[in-house]
Design a protein around this ligand. Sequence first.
Ligand code: ADP
Ligand code: MG
Length: 279
Amino acid sequence: MATKTLSDIEIMPSLAPGSPPDDTAPVVLTEVTKRYGRRRRAVAALDRVSLAFPAGSFTAVLGVSGSGKSTLLQCAAGLERSSAGTVRLCGTELNQLSSRRQAMLRRRRVGFVFQDLNLLPELTVAENIALPLRLDRRPARRPDIERAAARVGLSGGQLRRRPAELSGGQQQRAAIARALVTQPDVIFADEPTGALDPHTAVAMLRLLRSAPDGTTVIIVTHDPQVTRFCDQAVFLHAGRVDRVLAAPEPTVVAGVLHELGQQADTERADTDHTRGGQP
Ligand code: ADP
Ligand code: MG
């Protein structure tokens, strides 16, 4: 397991507004804004977000529902184009790549784990795990599949079954093995533990944590316990970075989340008030 000293995981200077970004980090967002909708109805889901995620770091992204967590992940991965600002992924500025090249970069260097695991029901577990290799037209060799599966504790007969024949926890493992199989530089996970009981969620986090040294993991979550496994916690509020904590403590994280929730409630009440009490 990658053990990192605190000095490695100190918050990047680039997190401070106005300072130059760290170009060596595999994921760097500079003044990224994402607006949905047009003109007066436009919603800034992200508002001038600057963040660097150092190589090998494990980061939780937290915030109330609608604060922009998923949008941050989508923009960082190039699944959504940002409206302004720049995203560097694995050393390349995404704006300078065609959609096709972006997709290629993702297939080669990035792994994904989503809450609804997206396992294909008609494929076996082994075939599901092999899928990212096949999409990238790489050979899906049995030992590579077995190695990725073994990392998450799946083996033998389980690999020959269909996802529906596995328990929820085993399906989760398969989804992580699929993210690991290409040995990606970066893994993005959006609420991967959202549907799990706490015990399974912790097991899942341990698996993500066991990705090879140097893998950068960014995980969206609303669960303070998840941050026990993280080097840093990024808090979003209304599309902006509210704060970043190094070596986050779950109790502190829970406190910050509570505070941000109250702040969001107050802001919502104010908006409703100025609209004349309309919900
Ligand atoms: P979170 O993941 O923190 O719950 P999201 O990133 O999904 O938040 O959403 C942030 C804001 O952007 C919300 O106000 C949401 O309604 C809006 N939003 C997200 N995706 C879209 C979309 N495809 N079209 C319009 N608005 C969107
Ligand atoms: Mg979300």
